[in-house]
Design a binder for this molecule. Structure first.
Ligand SMILES: Cc1cc2nc3c(=O)[nH]c(=O)nc-3n(C[C@H](O)[C@H](O)[C@H](O)COP(=O)(O)OP(=O)(O)OC[C@H]3O[C@@H](n4cnc5c(N)ncnc54)[C@H](O)[C@@H]3O)c2cc1C
Length: 416
């Protein structure tokens, strides 16, 4: 079923009786060539590119809940490629390029909106660091502009420029960054994967990984054993739990990250704004709600709900940055379980177990990586070799000392 303006018009004449479900609901088969564990953005994108770009078949995605029930449907929808390090920037820029063509690629409205991101700086040292990052972005073709205080004030006059403790001195802008409708991305990839023959199996929890002499044979699930030649795990906050089924311990901690949305307001915030002196970021949804978030809750957890200290911290960040936010009424808040790696960067790699591949460690920022992560993981699963933009994301980098620590924060998840 192809979506188009003409189709919407034709359906309106027929009382919208011709729309069909976006994907099938198949029973699991006894065996597949490729099993992807996790029906989030990354798992669905991986299955899509495996089938579409690498011509593979006999693929299943196994999801313990419903498609998009995890972080892909819980994040604050920010997409960007404003990185400094050589290990990161080409990968996220590859993702940005895929975002720019995604809706045409999937024939699905994912509401990709390139309204720009502004990272605020509050000290001269921070400005110099942002200038360096901006230069790295320009070298990678990502585009960047460094704004001074007055230029910024003309653009976003409602910020508190005169806050004595955190004076705003300017901002680094990536005009091509923005937001995308998060669950629409999951649905678009799911529909695309299904149309290329991928079996999307919901309510199917992987409960064990069957191994035989160092090789993966398949997975035990709540719907029975499923054999597979290659198993790709992309379960975000559940990474530690699922990889433990194969006897692996990961350099990853699971933490809750909360998000907040206010009642709908008239258009106020042009793009995404991040506070450089605390952990607070904000954008405005197409419905008008201010969407914002901050730090992870400071303890390890697998619960998809957060606690009050971070609520207070986020509210303080918002008030310090733009006091007018105190007048907005909070509509909803929620939490997701994020897979915090020890250097703040992801892992896309094979494991020491033949046929078992891992994709995780996305921390706060895996939504923007969804297209590139899916493509790179599909590349790895199909060819056995890492994609050229994902070579730095090896699992053994912690042992080798080749960490990709964008923030220079060390092995402290709360600082990444
Ligand atoms: C509040 C919040 C805000 C965020 N904001 C942003 C942002 O603005 N920009 C950004 O880039 N990133 C953001 N992120 C991070 C981003 O959402 C994640 O990094 C990314 O979604 C993770 O990949 P995923 O979509 O595949 O994960 P998920 O959607 O979590 O997918 C993993 C899936 O695996 C399934 N699963 C788990 N265990 C099993 C099992 N045993 N068997 C079968 N299935 C299983 C889960 O049910 C889940 O559906 C945010 C995250 C949160 C929580």
């Amino acid at each position: 079923m192809k979506f188009s303006g003409f189709r919407v018009f034709a359906e309106a004449l027929k009382g919208h009786t011709g729309w069909r479900p976006l994907w099938r609901n198949p029973e699991p088969k006894p065996a597949y060539d490729y099993v992807i564990v996790g029906g989030g953005g990354h798992g669905l994108a991986t299955a899509y590119y495996l089938a579409k770009s690498f011509g593979r078949s006999r693929i299943a995605v196994l999801e313990k809940g419903w498609l998009g029930s995890g972080n892909v449907g819980r994040n604050t929808t920010i997409i960007r490629s404003n990185y400094l390090l050589a290990g990161n920037e080409p990968f996220y820029e590859f993702s940005m390029k895929l975002w720019e063509g995604l809706e045409q690629e999937l024939n699905f409205n994912a509401m990709v909106s390139q309204r720009g991101i502004i990272n605020l700086y509050h000290t001269d040292a921070q400005r110099d660091a942002f200038r360096r990052r901006g230069n790295a972005m320009m070298l990678a073709g990502a585009g960047a502009r460094l704004l001074g205080r007055e230029e910024l004030r003309a653009m976003v006059p409602f910020l508190n420029y005169d806050n004595a403790r955190f004076p705003i001195k300017g901002g680094l802008v990536q005009p091509r960054a923005g937001t995308a409708r998060h669950d629409g991305v999951a649905w678009g990839y799911a529909r695309g994967a299904d149309s290329h023959g991928v079996d999307l199996i919901q309510n199917c929890e992987v409960t064990g990984v069957r191994l035989d002499r160092g090789k993966v044979r398949g997975v035990e699930t709540s719907r029975g054993y499923i054999a597979a030649d290659r198993v790709g795990v992309a379960v975000a906050g559940s990474s530690g739990r699922v990889m433990a089924m194969a006897g692996m311990r990961l350099p990853i901690e699971s933490h809750v990250l909360q998000a907040f949305v206010t009642e709908g307001l008239k258009p106020t915030i042009p793009g995404v704004i991040t506070f450089g002196a605390g952990h607070f970021y904000i954008s405005q949804s197409d419905k008008g709600g201010l969407v914002f978030g901050g730090d992870i809750d400071g303890y390890n957890s697998y619960a998809q709900r957060g606690n009050l200290p971070v609520v207070e911290d986020v509210a303080e960040g918002g008030m310090a940055l733009m006091p007018m936010i105190g007048r907005a009424r909070l509509l909803r808040m929620w939490g997701g379980v994020v897979d915090m790696s020890m250097d703040g960067s992801p892992i896309i790699d094979r494991t020491q177990i033949d046929g078992l591949y891992f994709n995780g460690g996305w921390c706060y920022g895996g939504f923007k990586a969804t297209p590139a992560s899916g493509y790179a993981f599909a590349h790895l699963l199909a060819t056995g070799a890492p994609h050229e933009t994902a070579r730095a994301y090896r699992i053994d980098r912690f042992a080798r000392g080749h960490v990709v620590d964008e923030r220079g924060a060390g092995a402290q998840p709360n600082l990444h």
